[in-house]
Ligand binder design. Structure first.
Ligand code: C5P
Length: 213
């Protein structure tokens, strides 16, 4: 079974995807980490000439060893860098095979990102599109960062999230929209447990319908 989980920054899609992966015993790939790793590779050079070429080279050279420094990869600044490299067509192209191979492995998979249901795994068995209002997404991300001992400027974080959403949604090389056959799950008023229960109900219901039950 392939489950695609898409949604904007800090919508809870990563937590939901790893919860679904644990529940159904499926391998999980957070595809945002790939873009973040490319962003990190060009950190400090994003406004220089030649940064696109450097990003493309970093995407082509990417392997699992670049996905281990979670502290640096998951920072808010790296998120912004990720959204800058994610608009470069050849970067997306270079990351496609890694994601597609993960999605089509025999064991099945859960992938979360922006374009899983539209581009990476349009053939996924179940597609979820997660949304939540910007303010609650900011608050969730702020608490995650504070838990890690980071000082958070909520005003700046809110704007960072909005800026990233806008860049992602307008990305001409992206695919960040709800697929026609994706199930919309709004987590604004749900805690993690309730959101996971709702997601499991959608997956079970979809699979049962497909099996003709
Ligand atoms: O999901 P996360 O917030 O970690 O993603 C970081 C950035 O990577 C996103 O803002 C987006 O620009 C990019 N991304 C993407 N396609 C994906 C996953 C992430 O363009 N499938």
């Amino acid at each position: 079974m392939i489950i695609a989980v898409d949604g904007p920054a800090a919508s809870g899609k990563g937590t939901l995807a790893s919860g679904l992966a644990a529940h159904y015993r499926l391998p999980h790939l957070d595809t945002g980490l790939l873009y973040r790793a490319v962003g990190l590779a060009i950190a400090g050079h994003e406004d220089e000439a030649g940064f696109e070429e450097a990003a493309i080279a970093a995407a082509r050279a990417l392997d699992a060893s670049h996905l281990t420094d979670l502290e640096a990869l998951t920072s808010a600044e790296t998120g912004v860098l990720a959204s800058k490299v994610a608009v470069i067509g050849p970067v997306r192209q270079a990351l496609y095979d890694y994601q597609r191979n993960f999605a089509t492995q025999a064991a099945g998979a859960v992938l979360d990102g922006r374009d899983i249901g539209t581009k990476i795994a349009p053939d996924a068995d179940v597609k979820l599109f997660i949304q939540a209002d910007s303010k609650s997404r900011m608050e969730r991300r702020a608490r995650q960062l504070e838990k890690r001992g980071k000082a958070v400027d909520r005003y700046a974080l809110y704007h960072q999230i909005e800026e990233r959403d806008a860049r992602d949604m307008l990305n001409p090389n992206g695919g960040f929209y709800k697929a026609d056959d994706a199930h919309l799950l709004d987590t604004t008023l749900l805690d993690i447990e309730a959101a996971l229960r709702a997601a499991i109900a959608i997956v079970d219901g979809t699979m049962a319908r497909k099996a003709g039950l």
